[in-house]
Design a protein around this ligand. Structure first.
Ligand SMILES: [Zn+2]
Length: 129
């Protein structure tokens, strides 16, 4: 049996008490697979020592979930959300367009002053000796 075959089985082996004879033979002579199996067994043992914790839902969650209409799809929810917040989205879109425009204008201006442009136009060429 090869290491790759055994390593695929190690997560399951870590939970079982009796691996097959072929696996036991491999584990008997392969230190790497032995270590990996031991690591998995230690991990499982560590996980079992963790205590179960109950997480309290945020207040009002139950009421919000109950308030969701049964047949409403996600698209309907999004549509109504956008409708309710149309002014905020329009303002945000306008601001984004203004910022993009300003950035494009700055890029365009900086492009005009780039060395390639100056070389092409002959402006700003340094005198060489
Ligand atoms: Zn091995």
């Amino acid at each position: 049996m090869r290491c790759a075959e055994v390593k695929e089985m190690i997560p399951a082996l870590a939970r079982e008490s009796q691996p097959s004879l072929a696996v036991r033979r491999h584990l008997g002579k392969c230190r790497g697979c032995q270590q990996e199996l031991e690591t998995y067994r230690n991990l499982i043992a560590s996980l079992q020592t963790l205590e179960a914790r109950a997480v309290e839902p945020p207040p009002g969650l139950a009421a919000q979930l109950i308030a969701i209409p049964r047949g409403a799809s996600t698209v309907d929810h999004l549509r109504s959300h956008v409708t309710r917040n149309r002014a905020a989205y329009a303002g945000g879109t306008a601001a984004a367009v203004a910022v993009a425009g300003a950035a494009a204008a700055l890029l365009w201006r900086s492009r005009d002053r780039s060395p390639q442009r100056q070389r092409r136009t002959g402006k700003g060429r340094l005198a060489t000796a």
